[in-house]
Design a protein around this ligand. Structure first.
Ligand code: SF4
Length: 340
């Protein structure tokens, strides 16, 4: 075993496997396959003790290879952990590890789309994340809890950083052993990027952030999203999802008085006719300083029922965890304000 610490990301899982004897390498692979990082305590828990030398090399491998580091950890009562991660240039992004085994990763520092209800878009985009910086978010999250699912729903619009995100999708498959089918690319769309996504070999599942099926309302809510007509975006997203062989997830952040009327439901169901997918209603987390709130619980249930009555599957995701600044971009926003 070499004294030099290999770069975790450059060597990936093979770095661990080469550094260990066969039985321990196999166990390392099983640990990674179970969604955990092969730390010395993980070996202990499974009844296989590493020698001091193996432990030192493994620890060196775990510590030295990363180009990013966790600078703040915020844990909510339901177990969700939000990580503020410092990049090499000192900029910061957020990653969320959820107890359901999912990790929500960021793809950019800031975001250019500027959704009116989102803290991440308040200051525009500063730069794209590199594939290393995307993959390492999963590595950090796995040190907090088991992770076997990735959602590209953190800070940034992944289609604006398409090549790096799609590279990360393939590397997370190869190095972290999470298949693209367990990775979800969440985008506001655009026909061209959706068509280009179909050309990649490793293709994740797709979530389309629609939020409104009314052209004027969507442009107001997502001011710098692609200006393609909504039916064209939905058709391109549906075509991609059919190619990949997974249903299209249509995301709809619920905003009281903005997109929760009967007419909004009617427009949504109309644009989704013939689409192979489902609607995921997301209960809005209030962001300090922004004038939006979620509809009442009764209204949310009524909306989901109305969509189902039109033959479209609907789910409700309530990620409200205000004790962990659960809304997108809030931890970074707070750090920015406090650290300014
Ligand atoms: S919701 Fe997503 S696309 Fe919109 S500003 Fe926030 S990070 Fe960007």
């Amino acid at each position: 075993m070499s004294d030099a610490a290999p770069n975790l990301i450059a060597s990936g899982l093979s770095g661990v496997l080469q550094a260990l004897p066969t039985q321990k390498a196999l166990l390392a692979r099983r640990i990674v396959g179970a969604g955990r990082t092969p730390t010395p305590p993980e070996f202990d828990r499974r009844g296989m003790r590493l020698s001091a030398n193996e432990e030192a090399v493994l620890q060196q491998w775990l510590d030295a290879g990363l180009v990013t580091k966790v600078v703040q950890e915020s844990r909510s009562k339901d177990g969700t952990v939000k990580l503020l991660i410092a990049l090499q240039d000192g900029k910061k992004v957020e990653t969320v590890a959820m107890t359901v085994g999912a990790c929500c990763v960021s793809s950019q520092v800031g975001c250019a789309v500027g959704c009116r209800f989102c803290a991440s878009g308040l200051f525009g985009v500063e730069r794209h994340l590199t594939p290393d910086e995307i993959v390492e978010q999963v590595v950090h999250a796995r040190r907090v809890m088991p992770i076997d699912r990735i959602v590209y729903m953190g800070m940034g619009e992944p289609s604006h950083n398409l090549d790096n995100v799609m590279t990360a999708v393939a590397r997370i498959r190869d190095e972290v052993l999470i298949s693209p089918r367990r990775q979800t690319f969440s985008t506001v769309g655009g026909v061209k990027p959706l068509e280009r996504m179909r050309t990649f070999a490793a293709r994740p599942c797709l979530a389309l952030s629609l939020h409104s099926a009314n052209e004027a309302t969507r442009r107001e809510l997502l001011p710098r999203a692609h200006k393609d007509p909504i039916p064209d975006i939905v058709a391109a997203a549906d075509a991609y999802a059919r190619d990949v062989g997974t249903p299209l997830q249509v995301e709809w952040t619920l905003l009281a008085g903005i997109n929760d009327s009967d007419q909004d439901i009617d427009e949504l169901c109309t644009v989704l006719q013939g689409v192979r997918g489902f609607v995921n209603f997301i209960v809005y987390n209030t962001v300090e300083g922004l004038p939006f709130t979620a509809p009442s619980r009764e209204r949310i249930i009524a909306m989901a029922r109305a969509v189902k009555a039109r033959g479209i599957l609907a789910t409700v995701r309530d990620s409200s965890g205000p004790d962990a600044q659960a809304a997108c971009g809030q931890l970074r926003l707070r750090d920015r304000v406090v650290g300014a």
